[in-house]
Design a protein around this ligand. Structure first.
Ligand SMILES: [Zn+2]
Length: 282
């Protein structure tokens, strides 16, 4: 299995990769720029190239996470332009660093009278961005947390949105275990039905990444609060075991976004490797 965590670009993209390597991670995630801003970053191509070369040499996989204000359902034209330019910049950086793609959250409900409007906007945004993108890095749509009924929380929505985009081959998926638990998509006890639905929809064919997180709240409470994998959290080790042992997930990086103040990531990765390092035929 490829386990990893989020690392900092305080010392550049190469610095983020080296930090992951020092932690014995096989994969890492980073913010391509200031996570609180959509401002386009004039990044160092040399640093990015060095990151890519280092990752190739050490067989490290990397993925980038778009800044927090990134939204596929922007409220106005000005924000829309900012998001589009920012995501194209994130894709550029990801490509230069040799990363598999850029994680982006699904988007939010924008109208109480027209439930389709949000989906139309997400598709429109994805088309506008990807029409202008020719690289290998993909946009990776992440399933939302939130109460059941919130948008972007089901495999059906993710798969259909991807299908309806003109450039669907440039879109992949990121499955966040805490978000799935929070909204009840995966309640800890229904992995078999999540798996069979995912296969029926061909969700797994486009799945590129797992955000591997426990949850501080019970399932269907709708709260997105990550907890360390080995607790305290509401997803049990046996429930995680069922997910990790799934053959469809064997080649996919598992990235921790757990609170490192509660469990240092190096320690958590070590525990994950001890428990599941040889799972699924790696
Ligand atoms: Zn996540």
């Amino acid at each position: 299995m490829k386990f990893g965590c989020h690392t900092s670009i305080r010392e550049g993209y190469l610095g983020a990769a080296m930090q992951a390597f020092r932690m014995n991670a096989a994969a890492f995630q980073y913010f391509p720029k200031n996570p609180k801003s959509l401002a386009v970053k004039n990044f160092s191509h040399e640093d990015a190239m060095q990151c890519k070369a280092f990752c190739e040499e050490k067989s490290l996989m990397s993925v980038s996470h778009s800044p927090y204000p990134t939204s596929l359902t922007p409220q106005n034209k000005k924000k829309r332009e900012l998001v589009i330019r920012s995501l194209l910049n994130d894709l550029d950086i990801a490509e230069a660093c040799g990363s598999i793609g850029v994680v982006v959250h699904f988007g939010k409900q924008i109208s109480h009278t027209d439930p389709i409007a949000s989906y139309q906007l997400v598709i429109d945004m994805l088309n506008e961005i990807l029409q202008r993108w020719d690289g290998n890095a993909k946009l990776l749509l992440e399933n939302n947390a939130g109460l059941p009924g919130a948008i972007g929380t089901t495999l059906e929505e993710l798969v259909q949105i991807r299908k309806l985009c003109t450039y669907h081959e440039k879109i992949g998926f990121c499955f966040d275990t805490c978000h799935a638990f929070s909204c009840g998509l995966w309640d800890g006890d229904n992995w078999d039905s999540v798996l069979s639905k995912g296969m029926e929809l061909d969700y797994f064919g486009a799945l590129k990444l797992i955000h591997f997180n426990n949850s501080k709240y019970e399932t269907r409470v709708g709260k997105d609060r990550h907890a360390p994998i080995f607790g305290p959290g509401y997803i049990t080790e046996d429930q995680f075991d069922q997910l990790v042992q799934t053959p469809q997930l064997a080649n996919i990086p598992f990235i921790l976004e757990t609170p490192k103040e509660e469990m240092p990531h190096q320690k958590e990765i070590e525990l994950l490797q001890k428990k599941w390092g040889n799972a699924s035929g790696w």
